[in-house]
Design a protein around this ligand. Structure first.
Ligand code: NAD
Length: 349
């Protein structure tokens, strides 16, 4: 399996494969770029169909972390790790200890946090053998009632970013009467709905989990629609808060919204869909810029939490997006291209 000629290889500083026979651990750690600080990123445990699929994921995700942290103004680089296995069947304390020892070999160049398939408990287990751990709230943040859950901050940051997008595209300062369609009312989507409702927006929601829809209908007078209808509604904003690759050849022709601003990761199925959005006059808030609230919050929770500093940092998501939109308009370029360039200006010498 090649790494340097891999399509997802992007000058990554270090990629390491590890097998621990005693615990059965098979894992990969990729550190993309540490120019701004250690490569922070979650540890994903997933039953990958092949080693190649795991490598693809870790290369892509670690690169994404560098861009997200740089644009969020964090003194951090990008890294990620993957454990090849089914978190429901294969997870053991020995496996997590072995993963912790693997993380420790990086001497702080890679700092691990939770991700899909790993939990705070797993990170605590790793912390028994390495101190290179992110995402565990420090004493100051616990005293302030924080618990390491990034979702409220992600939702707040998305709300701030959505407002910046609405201001830029529709020239509106108030959300009163703004029509917003939210796809997915889980941890982030539900809280985003709450912020929007409190500012007078009208909401339409969908989710594959019906009790979540009922809760949003009840709590925020949202209107429930089917999973297919959510794209074609005559609304101002489409807010994807469920899946990746949601902006694609099928969904784009249906969209009537003039703003796409939501928390989902990897919203563009392919980069060309960013260009398609621009050509259709739809303002796209790049996913890793608008959903950075979680990593911003985690950074503050692990560096002597100060509520007003954390809040100011979350609020800066709005100004970062405004800069992206202004540059994209001036240069007639898709917003995701400008976001990438702004991030690169920060982490590339
Ligand atoms: P979640 O699992 O709590 O919520 C996602 C919701 O989407 C669930 O209620 C699920 O039932 C629903 N859903 C799944 N498939 C759907 C479909 N086809 N149509 C409609 N609804 C569907 O996850 P979350 O933490 O709220 O995260 C939402 C998105 O934001 C994810 O893409 C996640 O990667 C991204 N994100 C989350 C955070 C965070 O702090 N939680 C940070 C950055 C990015």
């Amino acid at each position: 399996m090649s790494v340097f000629s891999h399509p997802e290889y992007d000058g990554h500083e270090q990629v390491a494969f590890h097998h621990d026979a005693a615990s059965g651990l098979k894992a990969i750690i990729a550190v993309h770029n540490t120019r701004l600080g250690c490569g922070l990123g979650g540890c994903r445990m997933w039953p990958y169909a092949s080693d190649a699929e795991a490598l693809n994921d870790v290369l892509r995700l670690s690169r994404g972390m560098t861009y997200k942290a740089a644009l969020a103004g964090l003194p951090q680089g990008g890294g990620k790790s993957v454990i090849l296995g089914d978190h429901r069947k294969d997870k053991t304390p020995e496996l997590m200890l072995a993963m912790g020892r693997f993380v420790d070999q990086f001497g702080g160049k890679y700092v691990v946090a939770e991700d899909s398939g790993t939990s705070v408990a797993d990170i605590h287990k790793m912390a028994e053998v390495t101190r290179h751990i992110g995402g565990l709230a420090d004493a100051a943040s616990m005293a302030a009632g924080r618990n390491g859950d990034p979702s409220p901050a992600t939702a707040y940051g998305t709300f701030v970013g959505l407002k910046a997008a609405v201001k830029h595209r529709l020239g509106r300062d108030t959300l009163k009467g703004l029509k917003v369609a939210i796809q997915g009312v889980g941890n982030v989507g539900y809280r985003l709905a709450q912020h929007l409702f409190e500012e007078g927006a009208e909401l339409w929601v969908t989710d594959i989990h019906f009790p979540s829809v009922d809760r949003a209908v009840q709590d925020f007078r949202a209107r429930a629609v089917s999973m297919e209808q959510i794209f074609a509604l005559d609304v101002d904003v489409f807010a994807p808060c469920a899946l990746g690759a949601v902006l694609n050849d099928i969904s784009l022709p249906m969209l009537k919204a003039s703003v796409v601003a939501g928390a989902s990761n990897n919203q563009l199925a392919e980069a060309r869909h960013g260009k398609m959005l621009m050509e259709r006059g739809i303002l796209y808030a790049p996913d890793y810029a608008i959903n950075a609230g979680g990593i911003i919050e985690i950074y503050h929770e692990t560096h002597g939490y100060d509520e007003s500093k954390a809040k100011a940092h979350l609020d800066s998501i709005g100004s970062v997006l405004t800069q992206i939109f202004d540059r994209a308009t001036a240069e007639k370029k898709p917003t995701h291209e400008i976001a990438d360039r702004m991030a690169e200006e920060r982490f590339r010498p």
